[in-house]
Design a binder for this molecule. Sequence first.
Ligand SMILES: [Zn+2]
Length: 340
Amino acid sequence: MRPFTSIVLALCSLVGLVSGAAAQAPVRGIVNITGQLYRAQNNNHYTVFLVTPEGVIMSDPINRDFGRWLKAEIATRFKVPVRYVLYTHRDWDHASGGVVFADTAEFVGHRNMLAALAPPAGNPPLTADAVKMDANRNGLVERAEATGGIADRFALFDYNRDDVVSGAEIARGSISDVHPPTTTFTDRHTVTLGGKRVTMIYLGTAHADDSSVLHFPDERAVFSADILQVRRLPGGLAPTVGAWIDALTTINALDFEHALTGHALAGTKKDAADALRYLQDISTGVAAGIGAGRSLDEIQKTLMLEAYKGFERWDTTREAHIAAVYATLKGNLGASAGTR
Ligand SMILES: [Zn+2]
């Protein structure tokens, strides 16, 4: 490409970025759930916060820009500082930006967050997507080579700020703006402030290995990002459907009425029960198919899970979920057959 052409193209994409950003002001808002418990929105991400006379206990900060907005809203409306930030898990799109609250808050997360946030280690190869970006084939993605999510969040991937992203930085994830927890726990942890309580309960390995549900016993509410969903199927069932069943079983064992989520709709205890039932139905359905000697393709064509047809993602993820459960069950069957 001639230099002039590339400069014009670069300018065009800059203009596109600026006008695109201006056209899409984030959708933000705060709604009261019950008592002094609130749910706050940043586009399709949500967090929750509990106001007490001594300060606010909040969950995920989401990102710096939203955090600054929320901090100002809380100061104006409630005239108390944020005293606790309780992380649901480490993922960049929920946990970034906490530094905004670092002047007044203690940060609490599951112990596994620390390992996830540790500096990039080892020398893993680039992912398949990143290999496609690596035009000069030096095993790294330069800023100019990056596309998609790596381009959008380049600085969040680039842990050592050397303007190239390595395989280890990609494996660590775009979490460079996640403020580390100052307090960690293994099974459960209760925060008390101004006569209020919030308990964090570890959810095991579903989705990420550092996920917790927040339980507000007096408000009879739970908050979970990515694991608890209301009329919406999980994005994936990693690492196993069993881990997901364990996590949703832990959530459903709590006493609550309000099921608050990190994405999309909020709901009730019935919705949390539905989310667990979906996982059980897909598990037993796939197991029955395998037992009847059906192939994955046949199971995908017959196990329609019609009860969840109205759920977001049913049409786009049902077959992938069946494939994931099939692979897990086949793996287990193979392992147990070997020991029999
Ligand atoms: Zn996540």
